[in-house]
Design a protein around this ligand. Structure first.
Ligand code: 2AM
Length: 178
């Protein structure tokens, strides 16, 4: 089985300032450079045949390149408490269009639909009950505004878990069109 998701990979000029935010919360599990991504669609565990069908369906997605800007920070809750810190995304219609086309491709490949609202974000850290206060970090980065990111491809990623944590590997790149 393969644990897959579809995501954008930020270039170095975007990853570097994200990495610069990774301090000031005691005990946070900061994401590594290779882990930084923006998920368009979480797929989960699929067998090889479905993974191949999915790759073919994604191959057929046509969407234009676009400019995206990461802006501000936020949190997601997990089990009733904050579970992650992330950078948000300036509202982007081209991003929403790409996400909808990716979702359609996933359904065409036979995946169950995802109905949860798409909240684009780049996870910066995992936190839990033993992590120190996050309010100072949230205040410090509330006006985060990264350089414009020219998105020219999306990727099928494989997630592998080992003792060191989650490794995210982009396994197929799908270029956006002119
Ligand atoms: P997260 O970073 O906000 O946790 C790989 O695990 C990627 O898929 C991560 O970006 C993760 O989002 C996302 N992800 C994991 N499980 C998910 C789920 N059940 N629904 C939606 N996204 C999920």
């Amino acid at each position: 089985m393969h644990r897959l998701f579809v995501a954008l990979r930020p270039p170095e000029a975007i990853r570097d300032p994200l990495i610069d935010t990774m301090e000031g919360v005691e005990g946070a599990r900061w994401q590594s450079d290779e882990q930084l991504h923006l998920t368009l669609r979480f797929v989960g565990e699929v067998d090889r045949a479905l993974a191949n069908d999915l790759a073919s369906a994604l191959e057929a997605v046509r969407a234009p390149r676009f400019a995206l800007q990461l802006r501000g920070v936020g949190t997601f809750e997990r089990k009733g408490r904050v579970g992650s810190l992330w950078a948000g995304v300036e509202d982007s219609e081209p991003l929403n269009i790409l996400q909808r086309r990716v979702e359609r491709a996933c359904r065409a490949a036979g995946l169950e639909p995802v109905t949860r609202k798409f909240v684009p974000h780049v996870t910066i850290a995992r936190v839990n009950s033993s992590t120190g206060p996050i309010s100072g970090w949230l205040a410090q980065h509330s006006r985060l505004a990264l350089p414009v990111w020219q998105v020219d491809a999306f990727h099928l990623y494989e997630s592998r878990l080992d003792a060191g944590g989650a490794h995210y590997e982009p396994v197929v790149a799908f270029p956006l069109t002119g």
